[in-house]
Design a protein around this ligand. Structure first.
Ligand SMILES: *Cc1c(COP(=O)(O)O)cnc(C)c1O
Length: 368
């Protein structure tokens, strides 16, 4: 089946990570960026990139006094282990509502030097916040559970002062706003809203988190160097990473952060993602064959999951779209639903989401 070219989105990439990268950012990578690729990360040109990222992110998220931006290699998955080594003192509590949030909880459960974590499990498609629990010194959940498209509010767990709040913002940051004062580690990787490539983690760290990192580093806990947030912080303060970073990833991230700030910062980003989401969920609500998967209150503005009626084969729909250059709308592999998952990150103009639903309509009308 051929979808007419004039109804197709300008760009067919709707994946949830790696996700769409702006052509202008790629052009700058191939232009002035080409002078920096293949050069030392201990010299000014690459250190300037790291500085631009750290300063630009602090501006984008209006970082409160004393918050710092740290970064290192390994992506958000590495950050979970770094947090277990460097931020959790004795026991963590987790909100678990899908693949990513459950992975962090499972990793904490395996750590031999920590007490078993407290895990508050919510059904997939709902939000999950851990409950206040005596003896817990770190609360963790995902602002946007990318596997299901459920967004959970970022607000400290009441009645537990002194405990840290660790927010996985991997698919949220740059597309959903947050008040950093409600967090101690607000961490992400740049291959989603930040339109860069994978392999890097970035985290805002509060003064309390920095204090905790230093205190744990001074104990006799063995911390592998690559997982030490103290080592990462010491390097970040010098606009460096512990070991060699992917310079292309840094370049694309720096370009995206600057672009977001020039466009109007998080107000610009959230206006765009909310407009895209309003269109997608409105379309699904009105469609007799489609239904938003997530409870209304928790529907993500950046990752839209749409269930289809039994008589629609969503896998075949995704396949037809893919054959027409509209790609990566398959559902999260382990969710096993008759569903499409649509990335509406900040780099996706709302017009492209509108074109996407027009293309889905076109295919649905001709599929049966
Ligand atoms: C993508 C994602 C991750 C994993 O990120 P990596 O950089 O691949 O380790 C973790 N958490 C969430 C919420 C994600 O969306």
């Amino acid at each position: 089946m051929q979808i007419p070219a004039d109804i197709k989105p300008a760009d067919g990439r709707f994946g949830c990570g790696p996700a769409r990268i702006r052509p202008a950012a790629l052009a700058s990578l191939a232009g002035p960026g080409a002078q920096v690729l293949g050069t030392s990360h201990r010299q000014a040109p690459v250190k300037d990139l790291v500085r631009r990222i750290r300063e630009g992110l602090a501006e984008l998220y209006r970082a409160p006094e004393g918050y710092e931006v740290a970064l290192g290699n390994g992506g958000s998955t590495l950050f979970w282990d770094a947090a277990i080594y460097s931020l959790v003192e004795q026991r963590s509590a987790h909100g678990s509502n899908g693949e990513f949030s459950s992975k962090f909880a499972a990793e904490a459960a395996r750590a031999p030097f920590l007490a078993d974590p407290v895990i508050a499990t919510a059904p997939v498609g709902s939000a999950a916040v851990p409950q206040p629990t005596a003896g817990v010194d770190a609360y963790a959940w995902a602002q946007n559970e990318t596997s299901t498209g459920a967004a959970t509010p970022v607000q400290r767990v009441a009645g537990d002062e002194g405990a840290l709040t660790l927010i996985d913002a991997t698919s949220a940051a740059g597309g959903i706003d947050a008040d950093l004062a409600q967090t101690d580690a607000y961490y992400f990787a740049p291959q989603k809203n930040f339109g860069s490539d994978g392999g890097l983690w970035v985290s805002f760290l509060s003064p309390a988190a920095i204090e905790r990192i230093g205190r744990i580093a001074a104990t006799d806990r063995w911390i592998p160097e690559i997982l030490s947030l103290q080592v990462a912080l010491d390097n970040s303060r010098k606009d460096q990473t512990l070991n060699t970073p992917a310079i292309a990833t840094l370049w694309l991230l720096a370009e995206q952060v600057d672009w977001l700030n020039t466009q109007g910062g998080m107000a610009f980003a959230t206006a765009r993602t909310q407009a895209s989401a309003a269109h997608l969920y409105g379309w699904a609500d009105a469609h007799e064959l489609a239904t938003p998967f997530v409870e209304q209150a928790f529907r993500s503005p950046v990752v839209g999951t749409i269930d289809f009626a039994e008589q629609v084969d969503a896998a075949a729909l995704a396949k037809t779209l893919r054959a027409n250059g509209i790609i990566d709308v398959e559902p999260y592999r382990k969710l096993g639903r008759n569903q499409l998952r649509i990335g509406m990150f900040t780099n996706v103009p709302t017009a492209d989401v509108e074109a996407l639903t027009a293309c889905i309509d076109y295919v649905l009308e001709r599929m049966a």
